[in-house]
Design a protein around this ligand. Structure first.
Ligand SMILES: NC(=O)C1=CN([C@@H]2O[C@H](COP(=O)(O)OP(=O)(O)OC[C@H]3O[C@@H](n4cnc5c(N)ncnc54)[C@H](O)[C@@H]3O)[C@@H](O)[C@H]2O)[C@H](O)CC1
Ligand SMILES: [K+]
Length: 552
């Protein structure tokens, strides 16, 4: 599923209207219907009515009659824009702006009326300031006898008591900056009403590109996103403000996104995009005559006296996700502590004594000659000469590297010098926001304001695949393509899940996935495993990283 910015959406709209000749009013009509259908779906589900499936013949495959069809009435009305039991008890207020977002809301009003729901309109501005298409919709609504409340009344005093729900059609992708009055007042009043809000296209006030939300930003239970998923809906806090996001087709063809000059190269990671966009065989079938060598060999480079668990978790995750072999290299004196804990795991002496040393790089590179990937960093700690050590690993072989934890902190200290180490397009970095801040040399809060932008910029500048972890993890490829993940669970905020991800991504590279494929598929499966592990716990707060490994 493609993700677009406001600017790209405007270009797509323009292409559809100007090049394909579909009038804006037609698109608005479709958008309005989509908004109305989602409002009705919400109403029905609140009244415990499962949707009877889409329009069409009045009977279901099993021969039973769909709702609204009786034996002597074989004609089936479209059950999405159709009265339902209790519709008469619904009274929705549509808050409309003066742009085409407002037009969507006005169009929705007519469909809601047809479904037997009472509808009223509250315009944020005088209708004589509406766009051309919104003005047409306004006139249609007025002539349909739908009540239009006087504009200009003090929005903060707006009395929402009579209503059962609100449609937010104030601002869409044409807005810029924080909402001005009276929009801001209306937004705050709507949020304060306690009523369920369905947002048209995006919650008003949301930065559609970054997901940043000003104080005056609609908090919706559902956002009916028109035609293409907006980036701000899949980055927090926007993802929270949007509620459940439904992307609805309105007759703007998907191909339009490849016909505009500012083409989107941002995608949602879904089962389908993993297969179609990333070309991954997600079935992961295994050939009958395969053997463990077929599935590669991971070398985990990490672990220290005080941190051995990280190495275990990365190693076990690599095994659990299907790597044929995993070897963990760590300082000699630490081996007795770990030998036998994970029988399936092999170990290797990486340094004399119980600590990492600068001169162990040669030993690691020797080991690397028969490895498919190195996972560098879990539990590594810092040591004298670690930057030169890392540089030697980076420049001394072309085996793919997955660098995490203190491996990232070493890179952060190297800063721009990293570029002198030579561009290697088979390195994956997996920073959490704090580590990303150190890599970029900026406050974490700053990069979190535009996670997609920050990840895309760093990946292109340093030629690495960058995995910026956090809710809605962002995977950025050196070529500018970005994938946003939506799997995962808050219960995963527990020590070690980062090491599990490092192991998972490494294990997939060992199984011949490219760095971008392994990073995208790895974050997807890691999040899915976290969801499954959380389901098995009485309370997600009790989730452990080890549970995620088992769920992989
Ligand atoms: N264009 C199409 O064919 C389709 C558009 N769809 C819907 O239309 C909106 C985009 O409409 P647009 O007219 O460009 O702008 P908005 O409706 O988002 O309105 C913004 C409106 O408000 C003014 N404004 C801008 N910034 C602010 C601010 N900070 N505070 C207050 N007011 C602001 C600005 O002057 C505009 O007039 C899109 O989201 C869809 O919902 C159809 O759905 C599909 C076809
Ligand atoms: K809106």
């Amino acid at each position: 599923m493609q993700i677009v910015t406001a600017q790209q959406m405007k270009q797509i709209d323009r292409y559809t209207i100007d090049e394909l000749g579909i009038p804006a009013l037609a698109l608005m009509e479709s958008a309005g219907r989509a908004v109305a259908e989602e409002v009705l779906d919400l109403c029905r589900s609140r009244r415990g009515m499962a949707e009877d499936g889409r329009t069409g013949a009045g009977t279901r495959p099993d021969g039973s009659l769909k709702r609204g069809v009786t034996s002597d009435n074989p004609i089936f009305e479209d059950d999405l824009i159709a009265p339902f039991d209790g519709a008469e008890r619904e009274h929705w207020l549509i808050l409309t702006g003066k742009g085409n977002n407002g037009g969507d809301g006005l169009a929705a009003a007519r469909y809601l009326q047809d479904a037997g729901v009472r509808v009223s309109i509250l315009c944020a501005e005088s209708p004589d300031r509406f766009t051309e298409e919104a003005a047409v919709q306004f006139e249609a609504v007025r002539r349909s006898g739908i009540l239009i409340l006087e504009t200009g009344q003090n929005p903060a005093a707006a009395d929402f008591t009579p209503y059962t729900g609100l449609v937010d059609a104030l601002l869409g992708v044409g807005a810029s900056g924080e909402p001005r009055e009276p929009y801001a007042g209306l937004i705050k009043a709507a949020n304060g009403s306690g009523l369920p809000i369905v947002a048209a296209d995006v919650p008003s006030g949301l930065d559609a590109d970054t997901g940043q939300t000003p104080e005056a930003c609609i908090r919706a239970v559902r956002t009916v996103c028109i035609a293409f998923l907006k980036a701000g809906l899949v980055q927090y806090p926007g993802a929270e403000a949007a509620g459940e996001v439904k992307v609805r087709a309105v007759g703007i063809p998907q191909l339009a996104s490849s016909r505009i000059e500012e083409r989107s190269d941002t995608y949602l990671i879904t089962e389908r995009s993993l297969r179609v966009t990333l070309g991954i065989d997600t079935s992961r079938k295994r050939a009958e005559d395969s053997h463990k060598g077929t599935y590669g060999h991971v070398l985990v480079v990490g672990g220290s006296r005080l941190m051995s668990g990280a190495g275990f978790m990365a190693s076990r995750a690599a095994l659990r996700i299907g790597s044929g072999l995993v070897t963990w290299a760590l300082p000699k004196a630490l081996l007795p502590n770990i030998v036998g804990h994970v029988p399936e795991l092999m170990v290797a002496e990486a340094a004399e004594g119980d600590a990492w040393r600068r001169d162990s790089a040669g030993t690691i590179l020797k080991l690397a000659e028969r490895m498919d990937v190195l996972a560098v960093g879990p539990g590594l700690g810092r040591f004298d000469g670690d930057m030169d050590w890392m540089k030697e690993l980076w420049t001394g072989s072309d085996v793919p590297l997955v660098i995490d934890a203190d491996g990232l902190n070493i890179l952060a200290d190297a800063g721009g010098a990293l570029k002198d180490w030579g561009r290697r397009e088979n390195v994956v970095l997996t920073p959490h926001p704090g580590e990303m801040g150190r890599l970029l040399g900026i406050p974490t809060a700053e990069l979190q304001r535009d996670r997609i932008g920050a990840a895309r910029k760093y990946a292109a500048e340093y030629g690495v695949t960058l995995v910026l972890k956090g809710a809605r993890t962002v995977v950025a490829s050196p070529d500018g393509t970005v994938f946003v993940n939506t799997t995962g669970h808050p219960g995963m905020s527990t020590g070690g899940t980062g090491d599990v991800l490092t192991g998972a991504i490494s294990g997939l590279i060992a199984q011949k996935l490219s760095p971008l494929q392994a990073a995208s598929f790895g974050v997807y499966l890691h999040g899915r495993a976290g969801e499954r592990a959380a389901e098995l716990r009485e309370h997600p707060s009790s989730l452990l990283a080890g549970d995620v490994i088992e769920a992989l």
